[in-house]
Design a protein around this ligand. Structure first.
Ligand code: D5M
Ligand code: FE
Length: 501
């Protein structure tokens, strides 16, 4: 609706815009006003770029709160206008819980349990690799060592990755029959780039042959990856879902006004005509962890807390969510460091003893992390993203600004937390819950506090951002959050929009 107007203004200013940035702008509360402020800011910065990209906009938003999405004027005008009525309130909710670790976690931390965990991981990913037309069968490492001068395919768990001074990479791999050093020669640039993306404890396939001294010389690295996701059975009518995370209730940096704006929009009390139309079709919300800020998460956290009682933090969350009409179903999963659950993945749902008021809300469904749900045929894999710190620091080229790229690496590895023994705690369960057995339509994560979105092979990779402003911890780490950005998906078309509150 506003797009033509936006393009016209940009043409007049000698600027161009990328399609995602145009979508983003057109969904602002007052797009023209928002755009004019961006142009003004660009001029002041004497930025020479002709293209307005989504990254550039995000950078500008995180720098200053000059583009504050307060809806004051518009809100007043609209609330005086027509009354609001939901178009989906009488539709029967259609949620199927496909996978939820709650009540099914038994790991006690014994050494044998870790063996079971890695066997389960190996078995599951081995089968995914065998589905690929370019793999078809493999040789055990024990057998492979006896086969000289022939092309061999092996599948193994990465025990260690080493880069030598001559820039060769060695992958130490094992498959429960034996282990072997796999050499990636430095001259093979493409292969080296792939090897740099390999993470410890990941299961991958390599092709090549036995070289001298039982060293395997690789000529190909194959990740399990995925085929294009088909979009056959989606919702039959437009029904919307909003994805949020990292609300951090109880923190002094929890953004009350932005969250209240979000709730007001749900209740038809704010937003432009197009946004109100979406609100009238909103039926689901998923919250992907870090509901509250927790207690004692880092040494000086007390100074950042408004509420120093965990129950009170969840009670506050419930008091906000109470304002959401009951016909809207809310799925809540925890995050590892702030919510009241054990540190190691997978996480069960937040226990009732901490979050009684959330359990008392009839429309709230408390599940574990990760969890897989199907809503009107659309599958959502919901994971807080606890492993992102490890992945972003391990794979060259990944940054906090683009969490969606980290999500793509996880999907390619078909595992949500590949490496053991780094920052991400992993519990030794009999089954590896973190393997992405079934590829969903949408993967929804949080944790990094930076909104990000991309599509990979038909799968929407979405990081929903946060409702907490910059904390001293993030400032120290150089992380610039993008609070109040809420991805909304139409379950009929899978189209994604980002609303800003
Ligand atoms: O995470 C808030 C932000 O801080 C998010 O961008 C992730 C980042 N973060 C969290 N833990 C770490 C560590 N250990 N190193 C680097 N960056 C980190 P939250 O989990 O909400 O505190
Ligand atoms: Fe968080």
């Amino acid at each position: 609706m506003y797009k033509k107007e936006i393009i016209e203004i940009l043409l007049n200013s000698g600027l161009e815009i990328t399609p995602d940035a145009l979508d983003y702008l057109s969904f602002q509360n007052n797009p023209v006003n928002f755009l004019n402020k961006i142009i003004e800011k660009l001029k002041r910065m004497s930025n020479n770029s002709v293209f307005i990209t989504l990254d550039l906009i995000k950078q500008l938003i995180s720098e200053k709160k000059y583009i504050d999405a307060k809806l004051d004027d518009e809100k007043r005008i609209i609330s005086e206008k027509s009354s609001f009525e939901s178009k989906v309130k009488d539709i029967e909710p259609d949620i199927e819980i496909i996978k939820d670790p709650t009540g099914r976690l038994y790991g006690k931390g014994q050494v044998e349990d870790f063996r079971d965990l890695f066997r389960s991981r190996y078995k599951k990913i081995y089968l995914l690799l065998m589905e690929r037309s370019d793999v078809k069968g493999s040789t055990s490492i024990l057998e492979a060592k006896k086969l000289k001068d022939q092309e061999i395919t092996i599948v193994g768990i990465i025990q260690e990755k080493r880069e030598t001074s001559s820039k060769n990479i060695y992958l130490e791999m094992e498959d429960f029959s034996d282990n072997i050093s796999v050499l990636i020669p430095h001259k093979e640039k493409e292969l080296i780039n792939k090897a740099l993306r390999v993470l410890p404890d990941e299961v991958i396939c390599v092709k090549g042959s036995i070289w001298k001294n039982d060293i395997f010389m690789a000529n190909e690295i194959i990740f399990p990856d995925t085929r294009n996701k088909n979009h056959n059975k989606l919702a039959e009518i437009p029904i919307y879902i909003a994805l949020i995370s990292d609300t951090h209730f109880g923190s002094k940096q929890f953004l009350k006004e932005k969250f209240q704006n979000f709730i007001d929009w749900i209740n038809g009390k704010s937003g432009n005509e197009e946004q109100r139309e979406i609100a009238a079709q909103l039926k689901y919300i998923i919250i992907a962890g870090d509901i509250v800020d927790g207690i004692g998460v880092y040494p000086s956290q007390k100074e950042d807390l408004e509420l120093i009682n965990i129950n009170k933090q969840y009670e506050t969350a419930a008091n906000y969510l109470k304002q959401i009409p009951e016909y809207i179903k809310i799925i809540v999963i925890p995050g590892g460091s702030h919510d009241a659950i054990r540190k190691a993945l997978p996480h069960p749902a937040i226990p009732k003893k901490y979050a009684r008021q959330l359990y008392e809300l009839k429309n709230v469904i408390m599940l574990g992390n990760p969890t897989m749900v199907q809503i009107h045929g659309v599958q959502f894999l919901v994971f807080h993203g606890d492993s992102f710190d490890d992945i972003i620091s391990s794979i060259p080229g990944l940054t906090y600004e683009h969490p969606e790229k980290a999500m793509q690496e996880l999907l390619i590895a078909r595992h949500l937390a590949p490496s053991y023994g780094q920052k991400t705690g992993i519990s030794p369960e009999i089954e590896d819950w973190m393997v992405i057995d079934e590829v969903p339509h949408v993967i929804h994560c949080g944790h990094v506090h930076i909104n990000g979105y991309k599509e990979y092979k038909g799968v929407k990779l979405i990081n929903s951002g946060c409702f907490q402003s910059l904390t001293s911890f993030q400032k120290e780490k150089g992380i610039r959050p993008t609070p109040g950005m809420v991805p909304i998906i139409n379950l009929e078309t899978l189209k994604v929009k980002i609303l800003t509150f």
